[in-house]
Design a binder for this molecule. Structure first.
Ligand SMILES: Cc1cc2nc3c(=O)[nH]c(=O)nc-3n(C[C@H](O)[C@H](O)[C@H](O)COP(=O)(O)OP(=O)(O)OC[C@H]3O[C@@H](n4cnc5c(N)ncnc54)[C@H](O)[C@@H]3O)c2cc1C
Length: 415
């Protein structure tokens, strides 16, 4: 028998973006449904996602305002400094010579107690979000439940679940990831390309402390990031040529560690593997529109970017906070939250910002992932200029902290 259930908003996709959106909208009084094809018990398990997220400091404000921070903070490592080096780590550490081609971003330049962000395991973020959903009377979770159909009409939208339920609402949010089927079904086209790189992700434990320093080495196959985690651990995000990556992934532990050390040198002392190895194909997806009648796209359904600067999910957080402001204001004025005139306010706010950031990340990856001499000279000159001009440095730090442009209320600093 078909059951029809009415909500204010139906969110398709219960990943980090969909789950967080439900909590942000529920806080503003919207009754939300979240639908995900996968079993929440699986999604909450350590075997589901080995990645960490560099959560920007302005994005962290949203987690605090939603009451999620107490559960996350003990497992979040503050980023105190970011060191970016053009070239092999051993240039910097062998014989103590420091490459002139590096950039140092020091969080203390922004204020005494303002980290640039936090490195948090996705497992921790997911657990905090699911736990909050379970305890939120305004959010109903349908999972595992695959969306099978959708209909959009004058004044209504409906999604069908494979289990037989139909969920109705004036607005559907597509948070169903970079391959969003909902986006395709409403005819939104995507600009997309793949990178010749695979993201190898692994957590290591190390002998010496990282002091909250995130390091990024720009190597010819792609960026190699060492991101500080709690308990003397670091998460590595190693962008490797996709034809070479399988051989690295298949190495014995000792040989794999040797490859890691060859890239970042001995500065963390003896290291050991503290997680399985994960790999992610890297690609760029940018939706040509973030809205359709009675539908808004958020998170990777709207934009999936290269992880070179850890900005993908942070863009999604800004989508969520902006959409919460737009919909809350519209409801306050008695407007239909699924009407295009309302959704256009969301698109105007988010599309330009995320397009420029996504293309910026793409350019950065192309500029740095090679060993072409003229490009190397140009990028090293650029790094040197940014490094020498404090206001420029601070601007880059605010960008990395998602603290630029018009900030939605959930991401603004306390008055
Ligand atoms: C190597 C790597 C490192 C990264 N590091 C960072 C970082 O440091 N900082 C950062 O900000 N970002 C980072 N990112 C990006 C970040 O991980 C993603 O932006 C984020 O996870 C996307 O979340 P999402 O909820 O939008 O999409 P997804 O996680 O893809 O979730 C989509 C959900 O929709 C569900 N779904 C799909 N179809 C259906 C259907 N028909 N019915 C029901 N449910 C459906 C799926 O089951 C899934 O749970 C990184 C990415 C990579 C690859």
């Amino acid at each position: 028998m078909n059951t029809q259930i009415q909500f204010d908003i139906v969110i398709v996709g219960g990943g980090l973006a969909g789950g967080l959106a439900a909590l942000a909208l529920a806080k503003n009084g919207f009754e939300c449904a979240v639908v995900d094809a996968q079993d929440p018990q699986t999604m909450r398990g350590a075997a589901f996602d080995g990645r960490t997220t560099a959560l920007a400091y302005a994005a962290g404000r949203l987690f605090k305002r939603l009451g999620l921070w107490d559960a996350i903070e003990p497992k979040a490592e503050p980023i105190r400094d970011i060191l970016v080096t053009d070239g092999q780590a051993r240039d910097r550490f062998r014989g103590g010579a420091v490459s002139p081609f590096h950039l140092h971003f020091d969080s203390r330049e922004l204020g005494p107690d303002t980290p640039l962000g936090w490195i948090i395991e996705n497992l921790t973020l997911r657990e905090a979000i699911f736990e909050a959903i379970d305890n939120n009377a305004n959010v109903s979770l349908f999972a595992p439940a695959r969306r099978s159909g959708a209909r959009f009409g004058a004044g209504f939208a409906e999604v069908d679940l494979e289990g037989g339920e139909t969920l109705s609402a004036p607005l559907i949010i597509a948070a169903d990831g970079r391959f969003s089927a909902l986006r395709a079904e409403v005819g939104i086209k995507v600009n997309k390309w793949t990178y010749p790189q695979t993201g190898i992700v692994v957590t290591v434990a190390h002998e010496k402390p990282h002091h909250g320093v995130a390091q990024e080495f720009f190597l010819p196959p792609g960026p190699f990031a060492i991101l500080p985690l709690t308990d003397n651990r670091s998460s590595l995000v190693w962008s490797e040529n996709k034809t070479a990556a399988p051989a690295f992934l298949a190495l014995e532990d000792e040989a794999f560690i040797h490859q890691i050390e060859a890239r970042f040198g001995p500065y963390l002392g003896k290291i050991s593997l503290a997680s399985p190895r994960w790999s992610y194909p890297l690609a760029f997806h940018l939706a040509q529109s973030y809205i359709a009648p009675r539908m808004a796209l958020i998170g990777d359904a709207a934009h999936a970017v290269h992880p070179i600067a850890g900005q993908g999910f942070n863009l999604g957080v800004k989508d969520i906070a902006a959409l919460a402001d737009v919909l809350t204001e519209a409801r306050g004025l008695g407007l239909d939250i699924g009407h295009m005139s309302v959704l256009e306010n969301y698109q105007r706010w988010r599309r330009f910002d995320s397009t420029s950031l996504a293309l910026g990340m793409d350019l950065l990856n192309r500029l740095f992932s090679n060993d072409i001499t003229p490009l190397r000279i140009a990028r090293d000159a650029g790094m040197s200029v940014v490094g020498k001009i404090p206001p420029l440095r601070r601007m880059f730090m605010r960008q990395a902290g998602a603290d630029f442009g018009k900030l939605p209320s959930l991401m603004q600093a306390e008055a």
